[in-house]
Write a new protein. Sequence first.
Length: 179
Amino acid sequence: MKIAVSTDERTHLVDVILEYLQKRGHDAQYFGPEPDRPADWPGVTLEAVERVVRPGVEVVPTVLRPRPASDVRGRAVAYFSTAPTSAHPLLESHLRTEHGADVVYVSGNLADREALRAELEHVEADVYVVELKAAAIDVVAEHAVGRGAEIVLAANDVTPVAEAHKLDEMLLEMAGITV
């Protein structure tokens, strides 16, 4: 079986998974950056999908974009997620252009409590925008409350990479729902 393994960071675990799949007779191919190298994440994922998807199946490349639950326009915002460092400039740009935020900090350390605590010592913002994850609540929220700052949860919207794709319409059609 053809299997595409696509990640935003190549770690030892990726190599273990590839070796495991290949030992079982699968044609496992890795798509992504080499260690300590940045990657064009949507491009890497699309390349992986194109290698394993049947001909004729439409592929809609998507990305996740943060959507704060409250208005952050014109406010100093620190954003906390699990996104890789390579995605931080895109997330910052999105928050600035789509939500009017004055982004003062972006972190991808919600899965690493120690790193999160260390970086929070240097973060000052009016609003701490966080993905809803355990570390976000008990580490970032305590820090924000201690500084008298507001906490705003963020959803991650699935957004097509190319505007030509009508993702909502495609999903409704697949589900057999007419609007």
